[in-house]
Design a protein around this ligand. Structure first.
Ligand code: HGY
Ligand code: MN
Ligand code: MN
Length: 414
């Protein structure tokens, strides 16, 4: 008679702490850039844990890392659970890692109970979800879902100058024991546990969010080109100052565009000036705009409005304006069959839950294009994320992992 699988919370908390040490920052966060040596170290640690438990490990050509625990019927497509291990430069220890490690805990709990599920269950750590070191984000899950190919991005250059193709090759080489397969194998369903990265669950004191949809995202890169000139000798009427154009455009975006729609989210996260010298009027200024909205048409309309504002600001300063659409992630809806499995599991475990839409993008957004998918959210303190102060209580980590275990058993039994 098999024991009932149970989450070993001590082991899971220990895992979270050990992975948080890889790329740990002095302020208690994590800096584990995609496809960096620290990302490779985290992947190796997870793979070694897997081999120690007798699970198999393989990669795909996008360096997505898979850990597989066999089921009774190898002919059935596996259930996929997991998230990502890469982080923001000043990220938290839970974004991505909690979902990946909770998924691994599911495999360990099943193995501890010696319970064989009908379907195999695979844990995935998707490559470059954050998109911070290499754009776009969700590269691994896009490649898995056929929504992009590694070849499309191979000349992408990291913010630290390294080429994606080189870092990807090095990451694959760093784990020769893991066979590399083509991206996009068949799966039965996908469930991703993740922190909410917003304030709703904590404010409503609800431990589980059943994510039914993900809002859309567009990343624009705006470049104003003017004329580098002397800061001291160039009167206003002779200036073609791209920094002045950027400042005017960003002010319009923040003061006039975003307030028009309470659901709109516009963020300028990165700006660079060339040559970047204190006493030179820049020749060129480039900045990024991250636009989010749950409605595809509204998202497109905001992109239009932002484009007009930027072109007008460039023209007023006699600068050329170039606008590149770097990322275009339409909103996505998750599969009712999978959200129902989360609902049923929470009901059976007596866990309070609520449906919600994700403000952040996630790998599940792309995986949902090729398999029924959904997400489980757990609260994070003050809704803070993409910040070293990111925090999730032990209680919510346990409730999240128990929910994921229950959902995995349901979906791997069908
Ligand atoms: O930016 C996002 O929405 C994700 O958290 N990387
Ligand atoms: Mn994430
Ligand atoms: Mn993130």
């Amino acid at each position: 008679m098999n024991a009932t699988p149970a989450v070993n919370i001590g082991r899971l908390l220990q895992s979270v702490a050990e992975f948080a040490a890889i790329g740990a920052t002095p302020a208690g966060g994590v800096n584990r850039p995609a496809l960096s040596a620290k990302d490779r170290a985290a992947r190796r640690l997870l793979a070694e844990r897997a081999w120690a438990r007798g699970f198999s490990v393989f990669q795909d050509e996008a360096a997505n890392l898979f850990i597989r625990r066999e089921g009774r019927d190898a002919a059935l497509a596996p259930l996929l659970i997991g998230s990502h291990l890469d982080s923001q430069p000043t990220g938290g220890r839970f974004d991505g890692a909690l979902g990946t490690l909770s998924a691994f805990e599911v495999l360990e709990a099943l193995a501890d109970a010696d319970l064989k599920t009908e379907r195999a269950i695979e844990v995935v750590a998707f490559t470059n979800e954050e998109g911070s070191r290499f754009s776009p984000g969700c590269m691994g899950s896009m490649a898995f879902a056929g929504a992009g190919a590694v070849a499309d991005w191979s000349d992408a250059q990291a913010t630290d100058g390294r080429l994606l193709a080189d870092e990807l090759a090095e990451t694959l080489r760093a784990m020769p024991e893991a066979e590399v397969r083509p991206a996009g194998h068949a799966i039965a369903a996908f469930v991703e546990l993740h922190i909410e990265q917003g304030p709703i669950l904590e404010r409503e004191e609800i431990p589980i969010g059943i994510v039914t949809a993900v809002q859309g995202t567009k990343w624009l890169e705006i470049t104003f080109s003017g004329e580098a000139a002397h800061a001291g000798t160039t009167p206003l009427e002779f200036r073609r100052d791209p920094m002045a154009a950027a400042a005017a455009a960003i002010a319009r975006i923040q003061d006039d565009v975003m307030p028009c729609d309470p659901q709109a989210r516009l963020t300028v996260g990165r700006i660079t000036a060339e040559p970047g010298s204190i006493n030179v009027i820049p020749g060129r200024v480039t900045f990024t705009i991250d636009i989010r909205h749950p409605d595809a048409e509204a998202l497109a309309a905001i992109e239009q409005r932002v484009t007009l504002e930027c072109r007008a600001a460039g023209a007023r300063r006699n600068c050329e304006t170039s606008i590149q659409l770097r990322v275009d992630m339409p909103p996505g809806r998750f599969a009712p069959r999978v959200t129902a499995a989360i609902e049923d599991t929470c009901r059976a475990l007596g866990i309070a839950r609520r449906p919600m839409v994700s403000g952040a993008f996630h790998d599940a957004l792309f995986v949902s294009r090729v398999a029924p998918s959904a997400m489980i959210f757990v609260p994070c303190r003050n809704g803070i994320s993409h910040n070293e102060a990111e925090f999730v209580s032990d209680e919510h980590i346990l409730i999240g992992a128990r929910t994921l275990l229950g959902v995995a058993q349901r979906l791997a039994a069908e």
